[in-house]
Design a protein around this ligand. Structure first.
Ligand SMILES: O=C(O)C(=O)C[C@H](O)C(=O)CO
Ligand SMILES: [Zn+2]
Length: 276
């Protein structure tokens, strides 16, 4: 598990491209028959990927957690962006088709991931945060999620937001998680932009065609920077940073937050006219 400490807004504003990428971008999250984990000190979230192809893979424990098992004092949200897959949690089997979301609560001791067909492997994105209480394990398909239409074709940001883990959906201690899908011809997400200093956010881009990229914007509203992102790359957004992207084609992305507040709509607008 890679450990990443925090960076101040001032330090970040002076970073070159390579420094920005090594601190905030997470590449190669999805590796065949492996689980990859990155521990971010922003709200102590762990961002991960599990891609079982020929065999099942286990969610590992790590000495840095000083725990007997990964979910001893944590909760986790799991979203599949690949072919049909299964997650086994303490012997209970959950089937996850593309864009289904499984929440596992504090106390689950053994978690493993498998694909139903090696030719179309499941691709599980993971987001975990510290938890103080146990909420029930729960599975939502995309149809169970609370959907909402956003944006407009005229501003190239027509998209649908699906909320899975939030105050009116799957219950958790602090995780808020869902995904957004852009309409063909729409390329902008989260513009107008916002910050929420009460909690961090992570974005994971999926269904980005291989030859296309997303320009992801980060930084304080008056010190914006960008990162070039490819399919299945993730990015850590500090609480003081905007998080917004413009693709060279339509795409989807999983968003997830942890921190002080549990209300999805808690955002401080960063008006376009004020961005620099
Ligand atoms: O497309 C969007 O806009 C989003 O999905 C925004 C994220 O959900 C978000 O930033 C929540 O704070
Ligand atoms: Zn946000």
């Amino acid at each position: 598990m890679e450990i990443r400490f925090q960076n101040s807004p001032k330090e970040t504003s002076r970073m070159n491209t390579a420094e920005l990428r090594s601190n905030f971008l997470i590449e190669k999250l999805m590796q065949d028959d492996q689980v990859q984990l990155v521990y971010s000190h922003y709200d102590r979230v762990i961002i991960g990927g599990a891609k079982p192809v020929h065999q099942s893979v286990e969610l590992p424990n790590h000495p840095e957690l000083r725990a007997d098992y990964f979910l001893e004092r944590r909760e986790i949200g799991i979203i599949n962006v690949g072919g049909a897959g299964e997650v086994k949690a303490d012997g209970e089997l959950f089937s996850l088709d593309k864009l289904s979301c499984l929440y596992l609560g504090k106390g689950v001791k053994q978690v493993s991931f498998s694909s139903k067909d090696a030719a179309q492997p499941a691709v599980f994105y993971l987001l975990s945060a510290p938890a103080h209480a146990t909420h029930p394990n729960r599975l939502f398909t995309k149809n169970d999620a609370q959907g909402g239409n956003m944006g407009d074709q005229a501003t190239a940001n027509k998209r649908t937001i699906y909320r899975y883990i939030h105050a009116d959906g799957i219950q958790s201690c602090q995780l808020v998680m869902g995904l957004t899908i852009l309409e063909p011809g729409s390329v902008w997400n989260t513009m107008p932009a916002h910050t929420h200093t009460r909690r961090m956010e992570a974005y994971f881009y999926f269904d980005v065609p291989a030859e296309q990229r997303v320009f992801h914007f980060m930084g304080e509203p008056t010190e914006t920077r960008h990162l070039l992102m490819a399919n299945h790359d993730a990015v850590v957004s500090p609480p003081w940073s905007i998080h917004s992207g413009c693709g060279t084609a339509a795409y989807g992305f999983i968003w997830g937050m942890a921190g002080e507040n549990y209300t999805y709509s808690d955002m401080d607008a960063a008006p376009l006219a004020d961005l620099r």
